[in-house]
Design a protein around this ligand. Structure first.
Ligand code: HEM
Length: 520
């Protein structure tokens, strides 16, 4: 409704509209006419006629039962007939408005007024502000809509991201950024570092839409590096601009029904044609993120020399089918069938038989990205829980007046802060190490951080459901983010290596570096 149509009323005037046939309420300082809506109200008509509601200020009861976003839906916005004279609104939406949340622990300390950070520069801060505005304006609304209808992320958003070179930036710092105008020129390609990339991952995660989060080019984050780092120049010249420009999509196709972490157990084969000019690829791949809409597949194959990674284009002999998982089809999770697919040998990525090296070279970065998103995901749950326990009353008091609820909040805050602080330390190491040094020195710490982060996230999801009760398992309403998070968070603990595999990797790395003469 345009503001000129809104009238002003005194609270006494509103109080006159207090019957079934003339039913107004005040929420914050907004006046709503619910007379016709009463019988359509999802919570029923009778609750709107209970004592303290008709003609009265129903702010407290409203916010104990509805999210702010209800008031912003066009069909409900229309119900507003006016505002209370001389009073300013006190309740504001606190997500999706491009701003920093004022809720304690809802933001990492570097974004909280009055706190300091040794890692983030003025440039990172400006970049974060631009990124938040971008996500809230373009990505968040699409994420909410696509998460519900299960469609892939809208091309409009992919194009917007390409305009500011976000796809390129998501590949991390490096040569591929040269000559690009990043975020409208806000950061120079040579200035772009892992903290900028951390900001991108964490801001996108704030959308709280896990399937969409993967749908919006996660396949590229894990599938393009082998092309960038190991592809032949002609192949790169063709594929990289299309993908970073958001015009074509790529995915990583390694895991199979037969094998996941055990790449030598894979059964997809690539055999050379007699003239040696082509590979013939046959086999299946499972749980391939973005696979349903990918144009390119970075495929792990069994070859004569062992394990080889080959880029396959969608075409004859390539079929993809959606897999239903616990998160939305927006991620495009696919079962992929390669049936005698003919691929030029020039599409080989790295050495024949050297596939393990191609894969390992990207594991650290991939797992570190997952740590960024896991850290931010659990922080959003902390914010939801702090708001809910403040606005929801039980036994006449806010939920946080119960010691047992406070204990849960304390544990989830402590976990979230420790994950973020450890992440920032590792990110700083990455900024100061060559790629090779990172592989040597950070594989263990990143594996531990990922294991710890996803365990911590799952505990936070469990605690949040206890705090929200039935709403924590309900897909609409107050607990919708909790339900979504609790349902989808186990996936984070699998991708990039299951928790136990990562924990073991970290310890084995440490043991390799044990001084031979160390004794108690
Ligand atoms: C502007 C006025 C209002 C609008 C637009 C509105 C709209 C809605 C909507 C959309 C829902 C479904 C929430 C969901 O997605 O699960 C709902 C549920 C509900 N509403 Fe309202 N409502 C309004 C005012 C009120 C008031 C004043 C009360 C006071 C008692 C109330 C009581 C309820 C209850 C009890 C539910 C069910 C909550 C649940 O299942 O957890 N509503 N309302």
């Amino acid at each position: 409704m345009a503001s000129k149509e809104l009238r002003t009323f005194t609270r006494d005037e509103v109080a006159q509209h207090n019957t079934e046939g003339d039913l107004w309420v005040i929420v914050d300082t907004k006046v709503y006419d619910l007379t016709k809506f009463r019988n359509l109200h999802p919570g029923g008509a009778s609750v709107l006629l209970e004592e303290g509601v008709p003609g009265q200020d129903a702010t407290e009861v409203f916010f104990s039962l509805h999210r702010y976003e209800v008031l912003e839906r066009p069909q409900y916005k229309r119900l507003q007939v006016g505002v209370i004279q001389g009073e300013d609104a006190k309740v504001f939406p606190t997500i999706n408005n491009g701003e920093i949340s004022k809720v304690p622990y809802a933001e990492p300390t570097w974004l909280v007024e009055g706190y300091h950070s040794p890692y983030f520069t003025e440039n990172h801060r400006r970049f974060q502000q631009a990124m938040r505005k971008f996500v809230d304006e373009y990505v968040y609304p699409d994420a909410q809509a696509r998460e519900l209808d299960g469609k892939r992320p809208s091309q409009f958003v992919v194009d917007k991201m390409a305009e500011v070179e976000m796809h390129a930036m998501r590949m991390g710092p490096g040569k591929h950024l040269r000559g690009r105008t990043l975020m409208g020129g806000l950061v120079k390609p040579e200035e772009f570092d892992y903290f900028h990339e951390l900001i991108i991952s964490q801001e996108i995660t704030r959308c709280g839409a896990r399937g969409y989060g993967d749908g919006i080019n996660s396949g590229m984050v894990i599938g393009l590096p082998p092309v960038l780092n190991f592809g032949a120049p002609e192949l790169k010249a063709r594929v990289v601009p299309e993908v970073l420009g958001g015009k074509k999509f790529i995915c990583l196709a390694i895991s199979e029904a037969f094998a996941g972490s055990d790449v030598f157990g894979l059964q997809t084969t690539a055999t050379k044609t007699e003239d040696g000019k082509h590979w013939i690829i046959t086999g299946t791949k499972k749980w391939i993120t973005n696979g349903t809409f990918a144009d390119y597949f970075t495929v792990g194959c069994k070859t004569e020399d062992g394990f080889t990674v080959i880029l396959v284009e969608r075409g004859e002999g390539v079929e993809t089918k959606p897999i239903k998982t616990s998160y939305s089809p927006a991620a495009g999770t696919a079962y992929v069938i390669f049936d005698n697919v003919k691929v030029p040998v020039e599409n080989t990525l790295g050495e024949e038989g050297g596939g393990i090296f191609v894969m390992l070279s990207n594991f650290n970065h991939e797992r570190w990205v997952m740590c960024c998103t896991s850290a931010r995901g659990q922080r959003s749950i902390v914010e939801e829980c702090l708001k809910w326990t403040s606005q929801r009353k039980a036994f006449g008091k806010p939920l946080h007046s119960q010691a047992v609820v406070r204990a849960k909040l304390a544990a989830m805050i402590a976990r979230t802060e420790s994950v973020q602080n450890w992440l920032e330390n590792i990110t700083y190491q990455m900024c100061n190490m060559s790629y090779r040094e990172q592989a040597n020195k950070l594989a263990g710490p990143i594996a531990f951080l990922k294991m710890y982060s996803t365990r911590s996230a799952q505990q936070t999801a469990t605690d949040a459901v206890q705090i929200f009760g039935g709403r924590g398992i309900t897909q609409t309403g107050m607990g919708r983010h909790i339900e979504h998070y609790h349902r989808t968070v186990p996936f984070d603990a699998l991708l990039g290596g299951a928790e136990d595999v990562l924990a073991d990797l970290g310890v084995r790395q440490a043991m390799r570096n044990m001084p031979k003469n160390a004794r108690l």
